[in-house]
Design a protein around this ligand. Structure first.
Ligand SMILES: Nc1ncnc2c1ncn2[C@@H]1O[C@H](COP(=O)(O)OP(=O)(O)OP(=O)(O)O)[C@@H](O)[C@H]1O
Length: 115
């Protein structure tokens, strides 16, 4: 059990660090908002499963994006086209996950509203 806790400690520390990042905090805010909408509209089991999965996907992408940004700033604090490409790719991953969450979330909400 001790070994297991020791193994997860860095990951839990990573989550605590991520929660203090502005971009991650914004995505967490959107996830809470989606949860409130779900409660208000009375989401069923599969809708919660989708919303939770997509929210976790977006937050995971944002945490990885933040980690990549920090690594880039550490390796190259100056303007560099290669850093721009790397950071833009990481930001693109967040956008991709966010669009999927927005579209699927929108479909679920519309389904409730037109019933
Ligand atoms: N060292 C750099 N060289 C070239 N372009 C950069 C560099 N740093 C940032 N950029 C450009 O600016 C964009 C934003 O980068 P930045 O690190 O400010 O991220 P951000 O999205 O504002 O994140 P956060 O708000 O979490 O700091 C990048 O996607 C990239 O296009």
């Amino acid at each position: 059990m001790r070994a297991l806790i020791k193994k997860f400690k860095p990951a839990l520390n990573g989550l605590a660090l991520a929660a203090h990042d502005r971009s991650v905090a914004i995505q967490l805010g959107f996830a809470v908002l989606a949860g409130l909408v779900g409660l208000g509209l009375g989401f069923v089991f599969w809708e919660w499963a989708l919303v939770i999965t997509l929210a976790a996907l977006v937050i995971t992408a944002e945490i990885l994006n933040t980690a990549i940004e920090r690594l880039c700033d550490f390796v190259q604090p100056r303007q560099d086209d290669r850093i721009k490409t790397i950071k833009d790719l990481a930001a693109g991953a967040v956008l991709c996950a966010s669009l999927a969450a927005l579209i699927v979330g929108g479909m679920i909400v519309i389904r409730h509203l037109i019933r």
